[in-house]
Design a protein around this ligand. Structure first.
Ligand code: GDP
Ligand code: MG
Length: 438
């Protein structure tokens, strides 16, 4: 599907204008991509409406490359929807900072507690882990093993005490021992139920945590949203940790969870190992959800190559017939970065109509040769190709390791191009007042 999406967006590339129908078509694909990535239906609808509104408006129509602009809007909006900036943990003014880990059974709470302790320790903090899951067999042992692996102390009172008491004692212990962060691992159930919520609320009242982090399994897709909604309503979450993103999920849950609960995603789990907890980056997730890593590099490329100022300067040169071999070479180098020359031309303002013209279709293989030829010219020759007589052409061919025919062909191409520009300039002069895309 991501291929189809790309194809739809590609179609927009290099067009002079983007019509509402174009955007609509692209949005259909984006919509499918989102749904397939398990993004909540309502979220998708709102998102699409918003992008369409932005994309069909001025912003796109005025831009140099409407296709890229649409991609950019989609990506920006996705990123914004997921919080835009990276969201960090809140630390207490007066330590210890108390962090409660909550979530369903198997989501990855205990593992994440260990991973987080490791991260915090690396930031020179002194965490204490508190074993608050007294129900699941071996849960305490699991936390103790993790604590040993990351070199962080674990506070436990066995499985006979109430989790509320354990949490309170754990915080007290942290104060005694000078630990500045307390991570409380709690018990989950297979489904959201009232007994679990009641217990978590009690713990919350008792220890007044600075962070309540919900751990959710990204693989559960839509369910993750319901779970997050429930936990948020019952407890008031401060953040979400999305685990198991190393699986083949597109991670649409990230988008939905944030959109539905408005809780920032603070970390993502990328594997079973202890070093696989990472801060959440909205922009990376945006491209993952759309499955458009390539499209992002495309945007970057387009932005680099179609530097607006350069394009304008070039256009001015064309109009005033000052286009030289240096400019030509610069263009060729951009072609190298970009892809086919005619596509590049499509991005230069006013050049869209030259697309597909025969003499402009330079074979990629020839590019190196062309470059060598131009580099063998003197500055004077590059500025004034008319002085390129037979002996100069021979010298250039020798210097560039090409043949005189190659040199002749290039000069012919260049002259053709200039001629075309001249015609084109004459053609558009009358219509200049007509605003692009207006
Ligand atoms: P809890 O019941 O919420 O405490 O969940 P656990 O911490 O016991 O984790 C349940 C399972 O999920 C374990 O097998 C973990 O190794 C695994 N797990 C946790 N986080 C991740 C992750 O980010 N990626 C993968 N692949 N597995 C994870
Ligand atoms: Mg656990």
């Amino acid at each position: 599907l991501s291929e189809r999406l790309q194809a739809a967006l590609q179609k927009l590339r290099g067009k002079g204008k983007v019509t509402e129908a174009d955007v609509k078509a692209a949005m259909r694909e984006v919509r499918l991509a989102l749904l397939e990535a398990d993004v909540n239906f309502k979220v998708v609808k709102e998102f699409i409406d918003r992008v369409r509104e932005r994309a069909v408006g001025q912003e796109v129509l005025k831009s140099l490359t409407p296709g890229q602009q649409v991609i950019k809007v989609v990506n920006e909006e996705l990123t914004r929807l997921m919080g835009g900036e990276q969201s960090k943990l809140t630390f207490a003014q007066r330590p210890p900072t108390v962090i409660m880990m909550v979530g369903l059974q198997g989501a990855g709470k205990t593992t994440t507690t260990g991973k987080l302790a490791r991260l915090l320790k690396k930031q020179n903090r002194k965490p204490l882990l508190v074993a608050g899951d007294v129900y699941r067999p071996a849960a305490i042992r699991q936390l103790q093993v993790l604590g040993e692996q990351v070199g962080v102390p674990v506070f436990s009172m066995g499985d006979k005490e109430s989790p509320v008491r354990i949490a309170a004692e754990g915080v007290a212990r942290a104060k005694e021992e000078g630990c500045d962060v307390v991570l409380i691992d709690t018990a989950g159930r297979l489904h959201v139920d009232e007994a679990m919520m009641a217990e978590l609320r009690e713990i919350r009242e008792e220890v007044q945590p600075h962070e309540i982090l919900l751990v959710v399994d990204a693989m559960t897709g839509q369910d993750a949203v319901n779970v997050a909604e429930n936990f948020h309503r019952e407890l008031g979450l401060t953040g979400v940790v999305l685990t198991k993103l190393d699986g083949d999920t597109r991670g649409g849950a990230a988008l939905s969870v944030k959109a539905v609960t408005d809780c920032p995603i603070k970390f993502v789990g990328m594997g079973e190992k202890l070093d696989s907890l990472e801060p959440f980056h909205p922009e990376r997730m945006a491209s993952r959800i759309l499955g458009m890593g390539d499209v992002l590099t495309l945007i970057e490329k387009a932005q680099a190559a179609v530097d607006q100022e350069r394009a304008k300067e070039l256009e001015r040169k064309m109009r005033t017939q000052q286009f030289t071999f240096d400019d030509f070479l610069e263009q060729l180098q951009q072609v190298r970065k970009m892809g086919p020359l005619d596509e590049l031309l499509g991005m230069i303002p006013g050049m869209g109509q030259l697309k597909g013209m025969k003499n402009l279709q330079i074979d990629e293989k020839q590019l190196a040769r062309v470059e060598a030829i131009i580099r063998s010219m003197t500055p004077e020759e590059k500025r004034r190709p008319e002085i390129l007589n037979a002996s100069r052409r021979r010298r250039i061919a020798l210097g560039s390791g090409t043949s005189v025919q190659d040199v002749n062909r290039l000069i012919k191409q260049f002259e053709d191009m200039k001629k075309m520009m001249k015609q084109f300039t004459a053609m558009t002069k009358g219509g200049k007042k007509k605003k692009r895309g207006g």
